[in-house]
Design a protein around this ligand. Structure first.
Ligand code: PXP
Length: 241
């Protein structure tokens, strides 16, 4: 199972002062040393954290791979085709949200998304869709030409303890369904050192993308060690399978 380390919030801290530190490029290097399988960044329309400069440098310095999370817009397709990340994850984006609050409603925007996926694929960039754990959006992702889905784990992460098992089962069922359609399956959002293992133990989930909790821990133990600790928890969960 692979861990994508999302370094957006290293850039959030830098942008709080519009200065040069801390640098997400340095964080990416430390995450790779700690066992990250790739580096995840979200270049938002409002550029609130990651800047094009970061993508430009990371695309030359990252040794593992880059997952570029982005809105499904012509502007962002042009950016992706310029830097050619390892893959793109299409996410919904609203300016007023604190973070990506829901999955992409693929079934409601089939035509436009099919065109965007084709443009990216023609440029050699595979596409993953960030979706709620529902069959409707998983199957629509497959039909739109995506190679992978990332299941939104926010519902699971925010669930009350009484509801958590149900939300985990929802994720497991969506992962099984996606894998049966030959889609690669990732998951992420709101995962922490305390709630990651039940998701990491879903056999069809091959990858997790984790940002906030990992960067928060990194303040105390450093990015390399925070990554190592998360990878260890994921591996422990997989061994229990
Ligand atoms: N995956 C996707 C598609 C996301 O948009 C985000 C947040 O940028 C994450 C994973 C990471 O979420 P978190 O920061 O809550 O770990």
């Amino acid at each position: 199972m692979r861990l994508g380390v999302n370094v957006d919030h290293v850039a959030t801290l830098r942008q709080a002062r519009r200065t040069f530190e801390p640098d997400p490029v340095a964080a990416a290097y430390a995450a790779e040393r700690g066992g990250a399988a790739h580096i995840t960044i979200h270049l938002r329309e409002d550029r609130r954290h990651i800047q094009e400069r970061d993508l430009e440098i990371l695309s030359r310095t990252v040794a593992t791979g880059i997952d570029l999370e982005m809105a499904a817009t012509p502007e962002m397709v042009a950016v992706a085709l310029t830097y050619r990340p390892t893959f793109v994850t299409l996410v919904p984006e609203r300016r007023e949200e604190l973070t990506t609050e829901g999955g992409l409603a693929v079934a409601d925007h089939r035509e436009r998304l099919t065109e965007i996926v084709a443009e990216l694929n023609n440029g050699g960039v595979p596409v993953s869709m960030f979706v709620e754990p529902s069959e409707e959006h998983v199957v629509a992702s497959r039909e739109a030409g995506a190679a992978a889905v990332e299941l939104h784990t926010g519902g699971y992460a925010n669930a009350s303890s009484a509801d958590r098992a149900v939300r985990r089962e929802e994720l497991a069922a969506a992962a099984r369904f996606a894998a049966s359609l030959q889609l690669k399956v990732a998951a992420g959002h709101g995962l922490t050192y305390y709630n990651v293992q039940p998701v990491a133990s879903i056999p069809e989930v091959e990858e997790l993308n984790i940002g906030h909790s990992l960067v928060a821990r990194a303040m105390f133990v450093g990015v390399e060690e925070a990554t190592r600790q998360m990878v260890a928890l994921m591996q422990e969960a997989r061994r229990g399978l």
